[in-house]
Design a protein. Structure first.
Length: 208
């Protein structure tokens, strides 16, 4: 039995069956076959609730921190603290689907290491950026009352939003808190930190 070959091209034509529009491949010598459907994304529905616990593939950013004077403070005077936290967007798999997650800082909790804490509405800024003279009290400043070396930690609270493709941002249920790396502040009396010997040993030290 001989087989007859053909050079006629295949054709894709619509085939309406049961109210659904599919595509079928038609060739003069081949039976029609229904094309494989595109994979659906049931979790992309607006009814889907995404929680903070679902963001394991999206670590929240650890924000840089700063303080002035750099690494030291004068007892009884304001030391100024701030963070460079900002809105961050990362990409990855969320519930098995490609997605973006946006983290927005909404709260700042400072632990100054001497038993005192404070919550600020913003991440703060340097005295220069605020247009203020040194040792001015700010929303993120702190006055140490005793000499010592203190470990300071900033914890930032983030709100998260997610997006599947171009479907727009939707809120994640809950918030997440991320601590900064601890940094050390040395507090001393004014007469101690402003002596010339300290500047000879360390030109970038207190009062120099």
């Amino acid at each position: 039995m001989s087989h007859k070959s053909t050079t006629e091209p295949s054709q894709w034509v619509p085939c309406n069956t049961g109210g659904l529009s599919d595509m079928v491949e038609r060739h003069p010598q081949f039976l029609p076959t229904i094309a494989a459907p595109t994979a659906a994304c049931p979790l992309c529905s607006t009814a889907t609730i995404v929680r903070i616990s679902d963001l394991r593939n999206f670590p929240a950013p650890i924000a840089p921190t700063g303080m002035e004077p750099n690494g030291w403070a004068i007892v009884g005077l304001a030391a100024n603290f701030w963070t460079g936290a900002s809105t961050q967007i990362s990409e990855g798999l969320l519930l098995g689907q490609p997605a973006q997650v946006m983290f927005t800082p909404i709260g700042y909790h400072w632990d100054f290491g001497d038993g005192n804490t404070a919550t600020s509405p913003t991440g703060g800024a340097s005295w220069e950026a605020l247009g203020l003279p040194e040792f001015t009290t700010t929303d993120t400043s702190h006055k140490y009352t005793a000499k010592g070396t203190y470990s300071v930690v900033l914890t930032i609270e983030y709100h998260a939003d997610y997006s599947f493709g171009d479907q727009g941002w939707r809120p994640v249920d809950g918030t997440i808190t991320i601590p900064s790396a601890p940094f050390t502040v040395m507090a001393a009396n004014e007469t101690t930190v402003l002596v010339a010997e300290d500047c000879l040993a360390n030109p970038h030290g207190p009062g120099c």
